[in-house]
Design a protein around this ligand. Structure first.
Ligand SMILES: [Zn+2]
Length: 474
């Protein structure tokens, strides 16, 4: 070989190694990715996984086949074959603990008559995709799937495993989904961090206003009030009438607002919300953080009337939602019951709270109890000083150019079971229009939709977060 040929060969080799380094470090060709994203998203929306009955295996089989074709090892796990879950893993160097990205495959039921576009058609219209699950949760599901496919395609070197979980039964039947997976297959999903649903980016008048990331959620628990007495003839009113006792107890609970207690998430939430809100409302968000009880109370009163979700975020809440008692007009019944929907702050002492409710009820004729065990465990909040939150915030700035506000959701998600096992979970979601909610296009509405452009932006956001957390340093 002449020295010139050697030099040429060396140049080719250097060029080739630069090219391969580029191939590994380059971002995906997003234009090309969009077609795949839309195809998988629509395919998932077209599978009817209404829960009940669920039939999530339809989605599980689809996902497994896509992952298999891409050469990503995936397994199906199930306690009920029709309601299976999928777990897939991309191996990293193991220098850091794994990252879990997840989405649930089931959707809530539909009343097809109310839908303009059939609920499982995934119709594209005016820049939107319509279908049950469009924003709960086939958006997160498709974005997590695309992230796995892209990591594999781009051959990204990882310093932690990235695990994908598609779970069944999130909408009220967690026994076949997250409970089963956590109980029987926890080793396959055990991770330092997880990303799931529960957050989102809010657009107002077409532009991004702010982003929320769920770092904590309240713990649902029901309390039952049972009033007892002696049955009798309705023509002879009795002091012991259980309906009268129960009504008094329910009224006292309705009047009661348990004490305000903030945590790292809610304190940061109101502080950041104040910075992006108009002065008229910002003052209440600031006042609610005040150490002066009178100032705080005035803000709380305003929130309770005008922004009840915010009032619930400040405390353990108790809403009387069912009352039963009596069966004919001339009979005084011997029993009447009420059910209270309680949403506990994650650090609440549940027995001590029950004792507080007994004090508020203040009636020995009314028994106050938890009739069932808790269905969602409580766990520590995801830390705002963690590598994961920082990566999410950085990606939010790059992709959406907006402020990230940590939130505690008043409702429950499958992240509860993972937090209960010590996984730090963060709820994320695509950008949706604030105006879409009241128009009936939100999650669980008689019409669900997502802008195609926001679906694609959400895939890029997922990619940024996951590579930010899992890519091996070069
Ligand atoms: Zn959901």
């Amino acid at each position: 070989m002449t020295s010139r040929r050697q030099a040429t060969l060396a140049a080719i080799l250097i060029a080739a190694s630069i090219a391969s380094a580029r191939a590994q470090s380059s971002a995906p060709d997003w234009r090309a990715v969009e077609a795949d994203t839309l195809r998988h998203y629509q395919a998932l929306l077209q599978l009817d996984t209404s829960n009940p009955p669920g039939n999530e295996d339809r989605a599980a089989q689809y996902l497994k086949q896509v992952l298999d074709q891409a050469g990503i090892p995936a397994q199906i796990v199930a306690s009920d074959a029709k309601r299976s879950n999928v777990i897939a893993r991309l191996k990293g160097s193991g220098r850091k603990r794994p990252l879990l990205i997840m989405g649930h495959t089931d959707v809530v039921t539909v009343d097809p008559a109310k839908w303009t576009f059939p609920p499982f058609s995934a119709t594209r219209d005016g820049g939107y995709v319509y279908g049950r699950g469009a924003v709960d949760d086939k958006d997160n599901l498709a974005a997590a799937l695309m992230t796995m496919l892209l990591l594999k395609q781009q051959n990204v070197a990882l310093d932690r495993d990235v695990i994908f979980l598609a779970e069944a039964g999130e909408e009220g039947s967690t026994g076949v989904g997250i409970d089963f997976v956590v109980r029987e297959h926890f080793a396959d999903i055990d991770a330092e961090y997880c990303l799931a649903e529960g957050g989102g980016v809010t657009r107002k008048a077409g532009s991004v206003a702010f982003a929320t990331v769920q770092t904590l959620e309240k713990v649902p628990r029901r309390i039952e009030l049972v009033a007892g007495g002696v049955a009798g003839h309705g023509s002879v009113p009795l002091k012991t009438n259980p309906i009268v006792h129960l009504a008094g107890a329910v009224a006292r609970i309705g009047e009661w607002r348990p004490e305000i207690r903030l945590n790292e998430t809610t304190a940061a939430y109101f502080k950041r919300l104040a910075t992006i809100s108009p002065p008229e409302t910002a003052r209440y968000y600031r006042d609610v953080l005040s150490s002066d009880p009178a100032v705080q109370k005035a803000a709380d009163d305003w929130l309770f009337e005008h922004e009840p979700r915010h009032s619930s975020m400040l405390r353990t809440s108790a809403s009387p939602n069912i009352m039963t008692g009596g069966y004919r007009f001339n009979v005084i019944p011997s029993q009447a019951t009420a059910t209270i929907d309680v949403r506990l702050l994650p650090d609440e002492n549940q027995e001590a709270f029950l004792e507080q409710v007994r004090k508020v009820v203040n009636d020995p004729a009314v028994e106050v109890r938890y009739p069932t065990a808790a269905t969602r465990p409580s766990g520590p909040e995801a830390r705002l000083d963690s590598e994961a939150f920082k990566a999410i915030e950085a990606a939010m700035t790059r992709v959406y150019d907006t402020v990230t506000i940590p939130t505690m959701s008043t409702g429950a998600t499958d992240m509860a079971q993972l937090r209960g096992k010590g996984v730090q979970c963060f709820g994320i979601g695509p950008a949706t229009d604030f105006e879409d909610g009241p128009k009936g296009f939100g999650a669980h509405s008689d019409q669900e939709r997502l802008l195609e452009s926001e679906l694609h932006r959400f895939v890029r956001f997922n990619w940024e977060v996951v590579t930010g957390l899992a890519r091996a340093p070069r």
